[in-house]
Design a protein around this ligand. Structure first.
Ligand SMILES: C[S@@+](CC[C@H](N)C(=O)[O-])C[C@H]1O[C@@H](n2cnc3c(N)ncnc32)[C@H](O)[C@@H]1O
Length: 235
């Protein structure tokens, strides 16, 4: 994910949303993230996740949906590269930061942050790119089901469009919040029903050096998956 900063909008109608997960702890989930964002001036570094510029720089821009966008570094990167992007996140504080930064950078007409729980489903319509970075769900009862969410995301990818996601595959020892980990294969297999016949552009664990809260060196591996929906055959 975009690294934590230093050391350590308006609401959208839910019309047309489809449910992808249990809603038992929605309030808790939302308030946990909201508290986390509200407790600091900025939670993440403001830089896009590595995988996005690495993979998407040469892609033809179009419409994009960013799921769990946080403060919106990836949304802003896409907008600055010509995409028309909607970012969705639970936290009003994070979404407010995204929308203010989009104004400040002069890309507000291409970048919109919306407060929305994706457990309630995704917006209607299809997108040339759907992304989600480090929205894991957790082991606890009622938490977001990532494979269900990404399957729903795949259903919103336009012909010729892409689904791009990265989540943690192996965490360093100091990682204390126990979000679930996934391998790339696990995601590809989990998505097979919705993405049969799609091109597997990337499906791998990518390892990178990270520094812990006390300056300790370690590494983390991310499962990075990019799948591309084929164009329908021309008649
Ligand atoms: C680990 S952060 C990652 C943020 C950003 N994607 C990044 O890579 O920096 C996970 C984000 O997902 C959001 N999130 C978690 N569950 C969500 C849900 N059900 N609906 C919308 N956003 C959610 C959180 O508010 C948080 O901003």
């Amino acid at each position: 994910m975009t690294q934590p900063h230093q050391q350590r909008s308006g609401p959208q109608s839910d019309a047309g949303m489809r449910a992808t997960g249990s809603q038992t702890d929605v309030g808790d989930r939302a308030s946990r993230w909201e508290e986390r964002y509200a407790s600091v001036e900025r939670l993440w570094s403001g830089r896009p996740n590595d995988w996005l510029p690495e993979l998407a720089t040469d892609w033809e821009p179009g419409t994009a949906l960013e799921i769990g966008c946080g403060e919106g570094a990836d949304v802003l990167w896409l907008a600055e590269h010509g995409w028309q992007v909607t970012g969705l996140d639970l936290s009003a504080t994070a979404v407010g930061r995204l929308n203010r930064e989009a104004e400040r950078r002069g890309v507000a007409s291409r970048a919109t942050g919306v407060v929305h729980d994706v457990g309630d489903g995704l917006p209607e319509g299809s997108f040339d790119l759907v992304t989600s970075f480090y929205v894991h769900g957790g082991p606890e009862e009622g938490s977001l089901d990532l494979v269900a969410l990404l399957s729903d995301a795949a259903a919103h990818v336009a012909p010729g469009g892409r689904l791009l996601t990265a989540v943690h595959a192996v965490n360093p020892p100091w990682h204390t919040h126990h979000a679930r980990t996934y391998t790339a294969d696990e995601l590809v297999v989990g998505l097979a029903g919705e993405t049969a016949g799609w091109e597997v552009v990337v499906a791998e664990e990518r390892r990178r050096q990270v520094t812990g809260p006390d300056g300790q060196e370690g590494w983390r591996a991310d499962a990075v998956v990019c799948l591309r929906r084929p164009q329908p055959p021309s008649s």
